[in-house]
Design a protein around this ligand. Structure first.
Ligand code: SF4
Ligand code: FE
Length: 482
């Protein structure tokens, strides 16, 4: 397995075309706006190498028959699924950000079972190709970006009916040795942290959309790929050089748009090409796994925010007030509710035909639908406890200014024993998570990541088996026989 340092070195070798703030970047890995995000991914390597976390961060690979980083592992039991959620919670606790690597983990698990079923039903050879690809991912301990979301243009139209046919990624040419694809994938979590980009279709498709039913993986520096880095609230604070105003000075997450400008994909790396009937299954499984993930990662970030709220209450001198204590209990209750969903959908997981375990889809969707709501309430309570200073306080430069700094230290002090700077640091961390760069991960990603709330509602209605519930009622009401 790679170390964190080897991970950074491996990224430095990639020759990628990356744009940020209107400029093409020479330096990606050490760029101050990007580096915190890579640090978060590097933590997945660091903790896998730490004996203390070995059980959680590594797993016995069913392919290589040796231990691999769990972020590259196919779940072989419900216990594996549970461990994944625990690992993500721990990662959230250590980074308070989106650490990105789970998208690839969720992609490989979804593609594994679906390609197996395709081969079985259609006689294709996708699963063999996929397994040999995955062996390399495990062998080299690679980060995979699971790229699902297309731009989608007019949402009322299917892929092939769009005014611009490229608004969903598609195959534009088929050759003996591979395919050529064109299109884009948007809000790609961890695009620049990845060695590999694994593309999947974004919706269930019909026969008219066959050219769009495509799944493949490419090295992230393949010719024709272009990355456009997404902005976040307060992101240029990272260019100011300090460590206070950024709130979370070491870690972050990122999203980017990836453009595929007539990109060639070798045959061995194609895992679906035209089999539209399997697109729905792939989307449903990938989304299901990623909805499970949120019952871990967001809970870990929630732990940090709850800790920060309790800490700032002490710094402010409000910790003993009964309403503050009540609010913190409420935050814990909401956060653990999310965790309970993550654990539940995992422990109820079952094997698919390929042997890879799948979460309980109904419970995973319930998990994610809760995540679209509860972190907002947790953030609201944190903001309540923090007080308005969180958004009105002066900058780090003012704090260190010889003339005005002493006024800030004097007048922004809370309880006498705590240095003013600690109080300001804690508030900035809370600002980061609730409304700054970190809020991309904690709030809006909680809303739209792994699919927007309506997508979960649709899945819940499909999985709920309302007919059987109606029958239960009819039997007890004496209308039907038991
Ligand atoms: Fe992982 Fe959570 Fe980020 Fe998704 S949102 S990539 S599950 S940390
Ligand atoms: Fe996400």
């Amino acid at each position: 397995m790679k170390t964190a340092e080897e991970y950074f070195d491996s990224l430095r070798k990639l020759k990628r075309k990356v744009y940020l703030l209107g400029e093409e970047l020479e330096e990606v890995v050490d760029h101050p706006m990007i580096r915190p995000s890579l640090n978060a991914v590097a933590k997945t390597y660091e903790l896998a190498g730490d004996p203390q976390y070995r059980e959680l961060f590594t797993a016995e690979s069913n392919i290589l028959r040796r231990r691999v980083n769990r972020f590259t592992h196919l779940h072989q039991s419900a216990e594996d699924l549970v461990k994944k959620v625990k690992m993500l919670r721990l990662m959230g606790q250590k980074t308070a950000s989106c650490f990105q690597r789970c998208v690839g983990l969720d992609a490989i698990n979804a593609v594994d079972s679906v390609t197996f079923e395709m081969d079985r039903e259609l006689g294709t050879e996708y699963h063999r190709r996929f397994r040999s690809y995955l062996a390399r991912v495990q062998e080299e301990d690679l980060v995979v970006d699971g790229a699902m979301t297309d731009p989608k243009g007019d949402r009322s139209l299917s892929p092939s009916r769009q005014a611009d046919p490229d608004l969903y990624l598609r195959v534009v040419e088929k050759r003996e040795e591979g395919i050529v694809v064109r299109g884009a994938k948007v809000h790609q979590t961890g695009a620049l942290s990845a060695h590999e980009i694994m593309v999947m279709p974004t919706v269930a498709m019909g026969p008219e959309d066959s050219d769009y039913a495509v799944c493949f993986a490419l090295p992230s520096d393949s010719p024709g790929l272009l990355y456009i880095y997404g902005r976040q609230a307060g992101d240029t604070r990272k260019l100011e050089g300090g460590s206070l105003d950024v709130g979370n000075c070491r870690y972050g997450g990122h999203e980017a748009m990836i453009v595929f400008d007539n990109v060639f994909v070798p045959r061995e790396r194609v895992f679906m090409c035209g089999e539209h009937a399997f697109t729905g299954r792939l989307v449903e499984r990938f989304a299901g796994y990623h909805r499970q993930s949120y019952g871990g990662c967001k809970v870990g970030v929630g732990d940090v925010l709850i800790g920060a709220a309790a800490q700032i209450a002490e710094y402010n001198g409000t910790a003993k007030a009964s309403h503050i204590r009540e609010k913190i209990i409420e935050m814990i209750h909401l956060n653990e509710t999310l965790y309970a969903c993550g654990i539940a959908c995992s422990s109820q997981g079952a094997p698919t035909a390929s042997g890879t375990y799948l979460i309980d889809l109904l419970l995973a969707n319930v998990c994610k639908l809760n995540v679209t709501r509860l972190p907002y309430e947790i953030a609201r309570l944190a903001e309540d406890i923090a007080g308005g200073l969180m958004v009105t306080m002066p900058s780090e430069k003012d704090l260190h200014h010889p003339e005005i700094g002493p006024y800030i230290r004097k007048y922004l002090k809370g309880v006498a024993e705590v240095p003013t700077e600690n109080r300001l640091r804690m508030l900035r961390l809370m600002e980061n998570i609730t409304m700054g760069a970190g809020a991309v991960g904690y709030r809006t990603e909680s809303m739209h990541g792994a699919g927007s709330p309506q997508a979960q509602r649709i899945m819940i209605s499909r999985q709920a088996n309302l007919e059987s519930k109606k029958r239960l009622a009819r039997v007890l009401a004496g209308i039907d026989k038991e």
